[in-house]
Design a protein around this ligand. Structure first.
Ligand code: GSH
Length: 220
């Protein structure tokens, strides 16, 4: 498989975690979003949406959209399971994952930020306020869903990681980058720390990728 990825891409982060948990090797092709490489013909031919990630199977089939890729990996490589065995559990996990991937994250992606900047001419402080607002809204939605449900365990659903944790860690990583205080979201924070203690999550983190700029790597 060929995996088109960028270090900072949260949607790529999700697929990296799933590939690690399921121990699936993939050749990684780095696409530099900051250099607009995703808008060049070479990548547009792979994914006309010009968004990361994409996963190209050995027969040339192109998969796109991180949640669809996670579903594909789950169906084709069921161990370890990243969805619960019961239908209500699967709906809860997918619901939590979608709060992040379908509600929070789309408001923060480069093409939205570019529009705020170039078309709406918002000042840096206004753009930062936009990002902070939607990041916080998502944290505020996740906390009671996780805190007030007995299905929540060490992870978002039970004691093993699922799609929900895979999505949650990316969102919390963004909140940390924005220096948002996590104290009002103790369950989210606890699950983030539990998940990031696993090597499969830790080595998928944006700061740990081969294309991560030196300045964004953990200080030695
Ligand atoms: N919903 C998509 C998000 C895809 C997406 O917007 N990816 C970002 C990086 S995380 C991207 O490539 N953005 C390019 C742009 O906005 O121009 C998914 O989950 O795969």
């Amino acid at each position: 498989m060929k995996f088109f990825s960028f270090w900072r891409s949260l949607a790529s982060f999700r697929v990296r975690i799933a590939l690690n948990l399921k121990k699936l090797p993939a050749e990684v092709v780095f696409v530099d979003l900051d250099a607009n490489a995703h808008r060049e013909a070479a990548y547009r031919d792979v994914n006309p949406q010009m968004a990361l990630p994409s996963l190209v199977l050995d027969d040339g089939t192109v998969l796109f959209q991180s949640l669809a890729i996670l579903e594909y990996l789950e169906e084709t490589h069921p161990a370890p399971p990243l969805l619960p065995a019961d239908a209500p559990g699967r709906a809860r996990v997918r619901g939590i994952a979608q709060i992040v991937a379908c509600e929070g994250h789309p408001l923060l992606v480069p093409r939205v930020r570019r529009y705020l900047d170039h078309e709406l001419n918002l000042r840096d402080t206004q753009q930062a306020a936009w990002r902070r607002h939607w990041t916080t809204e998502t944290l505020a939605a996740l906390e009671p869903i996780l805190a007030d449900n007995k299905a929540t365990g060490k992870f978002c659903h039970g004691d093993t990681p699922t799609f929900a944790d895979i999505c949650l860690v990316g969102h919390v990583s963004v909140a940390v980058m924005q220096q948002i205080d996590l104290a009002p979201y103790p369950t989210v924070k606890r699950i983030f720390e539990t998940a990031m203690a696993l090597p499969e999550f830790a080595k998928a983190h944006p700061s740990m990728q081969p294309d991560t700029p030196e300045a964004m790597r953990p200080k030695k």
